[in-house]
Design a protein around this ligand. Structure first.
Ligand SMILES: [Zn+2]
Length: 223
């Protein structure tokens, strides 16, 4: 066999092997592709949290918590108090419901923090474009599914909402209704005997706040 036919044979062999490797690679990589589920994402996030957070910091919080503020916030995923106030674990006692409404369980949670951790500040935090307040303004005679209607009905009963003019357009009324809902929260918190006692001892301040989605600014409302 001459040199050139031999080279041609080797070249064809190498081409075949490369093709075979490519097929195997595609097949095996295809089999290894795993779609990340929401639970996978949480689990990986927690692994990262454990790796990136000081072990001492975590262990130190096992001894107890001393949150300096209670934040009553909406459950909206864009308004996480620890993130928007740039706070760490153990600093904020957070109570969240859609529409930052305060029923018995929420009030009990706030009182628990004031009584046990002596937090010196309560913030009732609403936010721009709140879906719960928007649902209240848009609510017709048709009932919302499940317990969602309960949230709308709660807001509907607020005196602060009832005092708003009903002649305004939805766009103008929404921010006013969001503020009225925050004011209602402040007024509700003042009804608690535990809170009254802390206020009398001048150990507590209560403020409202609105988080602006457009730029991340928190506007405090001090009555
Ligand atoms: Zn909301």
């Amino acid at each position: 066999m001459t040199f050139y036919p031999l080279m041609s044979l080797v070249f064809r062999f190498l081409l075949f092997v490369s093709f075979l490797v490519l097929i195997i690679a595609c097949y095996t990589s295809g089999r290894e592709i795993k779609i990340q589920t929401p639970l996978d994402r949480l689990s990986q996030g927690n692994e990262y949290f454990m790796k990136s957070t000081s072990k001492d910091q975590i262990l130190n919080l096992k001894k107890g918590q001393f949150p300096y503020a209670v934040v009553v916030a909406c459950s909206d995923s864009r308004v996480s108090p620890e993130l928007i106030f740039h706070e760490d674990l153990g600093s904020l006692f957070v109570v969240r419901t859609a529409g930052n409404i305060i029923g018995e369980y929420e009030m009990g949670s706030i009182e628990y923090a004031i009584e046990n951790f002596h937090s010196s500040l309560i913030v009732v935090l609403g936010h721009e474009d709140c879906g719960a307040v928007s649902a209240y303004l848009s609510n017709s005679d048709k009932k919302l599914n499940g317990n969602i209607q309960e949230i709308v009905d709660y807001i509907k009963e607020e005196e602060e909402e009832k005092s708003l003019p009903d002649t305004l357009s939805y766009e103008i009324l929404l921010p006013m209704a969001i503020k009225a809902n925050v004011l209602h929260g402040i007024h509700e918190v003042h009804k608690s005997e535990i809170i009254k006692s802390s206020l009398a001892d001048k150990k507590l301040t209560i403020v409202g706040a609105i988080y602006h989605l457009v730029d991340g600014h928190v506007e405090f409302i001090i009555e």
